[in-house]
Ligand binder design. Sequence first.
Ligand SMILES: CCCCC/C=C/C(=O)SCCNC(=O)CCNC(=O)[C@H](O)C(C)(C)COP(=O)(O)OP(=O)(O)OC[C@H]1O[C@@H](n2cnc3c(N)ncnc32)[C@H](O)[C@@H]1OP(=O)(O)O
Ligand code: NDP
Length: 267
Amino acid sequence: MHDSDFDVAGRTAIVTGASQGIGRAIAETLATGGANVAICSRSMDRVGPVAEEINDADDADGQAIAVECNVRERDQVQRLVDETVAEFGDIDVLVNNAGGEFVAPFEEISANGWQTIVDLNLNSTVHCTQLAGEVMREGSGGIIVNLSSVNGQHAAPGESHYGASKAAIIRLTETLAVEWAEHGIRVNCVAPGLIQTPGVAETLGIDSEAMPPREATDRRIGHAEEIADVVRFLASPAASFMNGETITAKGVPRAGNSMSQDLGLED
Ligand SMILES: CCCCC/C=C/C(=O)SCCNC(=O)CCNC(=O)[C@H](O)C(C)(C)COP(=O)(O)OP(=O)(O)OC[C@H]1O[C@@H](n2cnc3c(N)ncnc32)[C@H](O)[C@@H]1OP(=O)(O)O
Ligand SMILES: NC(=O)C1=CN([C@@H]2O[C@H](COP(=O)(O)OP(=O)(O)OC[C@H]3O[C@@H](n4cnc5c(N)ncnc54)[C@H](OP(=O)(O)O)[C@@H]3O)[C@@H](O)[C@H]2O)C=CC1
């Protein structure tokens, strides 16, 4: 009989943007599975308590450290990598989660607005992947999980900058899976549909109360934990034959797949 291995215990993972939302759920899920996590956000006041909560939790075997790091700034990412190695000795898993957007028509996005979103989503992923990847290539390999979006797979109005940056993350994932396979590094991607997080609530003004249960299969918004579970799978040996893939997690499959369908803005 085959004994499946979804175990992440003893691994060291960096999770960017983990003070709230999907990143926080990923950090908690990996730590509950026994992984040590180095989590970052732009504010120690926001990310520090998350690390404390993980370290205090009875059901989390892994340890957490918090690092203040703006992933748009390469020198700060280098510090995140250095502090992770100093604390835990290695980097086995990198989750490029930090990201965000504003919704605006293409013609109303200034050069700086475009640069801001590309820096936040794509260039941050490049910084983290190059710098953590250096540690992985010099060591025994690793696993990288990138956060894209259904908006990186399908067009949606107001999402030109965000969609372009998230589409580029999918192609970067595919390319690195090929280039770094020889170093024992697997690179995969998750493309969530609409997930209830503080960021989405801020961007779209969605009420954070009354979440439908995970068991509901009708059109609904997703839970951050439903993305965290996919990431945990990709970070585990169970995904050993997955490389360069993008897993879409968006609830009910529909013809067009855009987030505005999730919101009921189009059929
Ligand atoms: C159909 C719905 C799909 C929803 C999909 C959701 C995807 C997610 O990822 S949601 C979860 C992520 N969380 C967030 O997005 C948080 C909310 N957003 C923000 O906090 C910010 O917008 C930011 C982090 C994305 C950018 O903040 P910051 O770095 O502080 O940037 P600035 O405010 O300084 O602005 C830089 C630049 O961008 C222009 N700009 C900002 N907002 C808008 C806007 N709504 N419309 C047009 N342009 C905008 C701003 O004017 C600046 O440009 P310049 O004026 O030329 O300097
Ligand atoms: N929620 C959704 O519907 C979807 C989300 N996604 C993607 O999932 C990821 C997480 O989204 P979500 O949880 O909703 O986002 P939230 O806005 O709720 O959380 C974003 C997190 O990233 C951190 N962060 C933001 N900017 C930076 C930065 N420059 N450096 C370091 N940390 C930063 C924030 O912390 P702080 O403010 O403390 O710095 C926060 O912890 C993003 O990449 C997003 O694009 C994809 C598809 C759908």
